[in-house]
Each structure stands twice: as C-alpha cells, then as structure tokens.
Design a protein. Structure first.
Length: 202
C-alpha cells in the first residue's frame, strides 16, 4: 500500500512538473514573436511567475524586462506589482534580504504614489518577514500594524483576519499571550463574519 502511494505521488509530481514546463515553453514561444506592447509586459510577468521557484534568476530577468519595456511604452501601471514580485523572489527563493528590501520598498513607494492600496498591502506583507529575519522588531511590528490599517481601509474581511492573525503570531513569539489571544480573536471574528456572509449568499 505504501509503495502504491509513493508511486502515485511520484507520478502526480512528474505530471505537474511536465505541465509546468510545457506552459513555460509555450509562453517562451509566444514571447519570441510578441509585439513591443503592454501585452508583452503582461506576458513577461506571467512567464516569471512560472519560474520564480525553479529558475529565480531567469524570473528576475523577465521581470526586469517587463519594467524596462513598460517604461519605454510609458505604461507603468504594473511596475509596483513587478517590484513586489522581484522582492518576493529575492526573499522567498533566494533569501537575499538586502535585495528584497530594495525592491519591496520601491514597490511600496510606487504603489503609495499611485494610491494603489492593494499593492501597498502586498509589499508590506512581504516586508514584515524580512524584518523578522533581520530581527528588527520595531519595524516588523510597525509594518504589521500598517497592514491591518490598510486592510481595514479596504474593508476586506479576509485580509483583516489574516493580518490580525499575523500580529497575534508576533505577540505569541514575544511571549505576550494575552495580546496574542486578543488579536487571534479579532482574526477569528472577521473570518467568521465573512463565512456567515457567504452562507447567506449561497
């Protein structure tokens, strides 16, 4: 039984890997003849998303191409998002925290300039773990609080719940269990309210 299970897992993994590689190859073929327009910017971003785990430097190269082409076209709508993707890749895949900080701070600044609250929230969500790794408790906590504030401003219950949970984890890590419990309760209440709303819609 165990052997069958292991074989099934291996087959599923190989099938998923084969599908992912086929998708990458398909995107690369499209890229070869793509016009220099906003569709190509989006194509470069999509290709990078397929590669950031297995080939992070290739992913970063495509993201930089997307930024360069967007600037050439004077279309910078997705630049903040691209900088966030670059920062995430440096943090999550490469563990290059100085580079992650550089790109995530750029992402936040661009998003703030454009009034793009969702991307601001994405950038901050990626910045908090960087400061945790760097053991900069003050900056980590300030960012976690700002995440909650932006999520509340966006009035997105799932995001509010997620970021209250993150603050709860912060307090728990620093042995403040009462504050942690309060934040976890806030997180639970938000998610429960969202679930009740969904139940009413079904």
């Amino acid at each position: 039984m165990k052997s069958f299970l292991l074989i099934s897992i291996a087959v599923s993994f190989c099938a998923a890997s084969s599908f992912a590689q086929t998708n990458v190859d398909s995107l690369k073929r499209v890229l070869l003849t793509a016009k220099e327009d906003t569709n190509k910017v989006n194509l470069l971003i999509n290709l990078s998303e397929q590669l950031y785990n297995e080939a992070p430097y290739d992913a970063l190269g495509y993201l930089q191409q997307a930024i360069d082409l967007g600037r050439k076209l004077k279309w910078t709508d997705r630049e903040a998002e691209i900088e966030d993707d670059m920062g995430y890749t440096y943090r999550h895949t490469l563990s290059d925290y100085p580079k992650a900080l550089e790109h995530l701070n750029k992402s936040y600044a661009l998003a703030e300039k454009n009034g793009n609250k969702p991307i601001m929230l994405d950038a901050l969500s990626d910045l908090a773990p960087v400061y945790r790794f760097l053991q900069d408790t003050a900056k980590e906590f300030a960012i976690l609080k700002e995440c909650v504030a932006i999520a509340e401003e966006l009035n997105t219950s799932s995001a509010i719940g997620t970021h209250f949970r993150d603050i709860g984890s912060f307090f728990e890590d620093h042995n403040d269990r009462i504050s942690a419990l309060t934040c976890y309760q806030h997180a639970y209440d938000r998610v429960a309210a969202l679930h009740d709303t969904l139940e009413m819609c079904i």
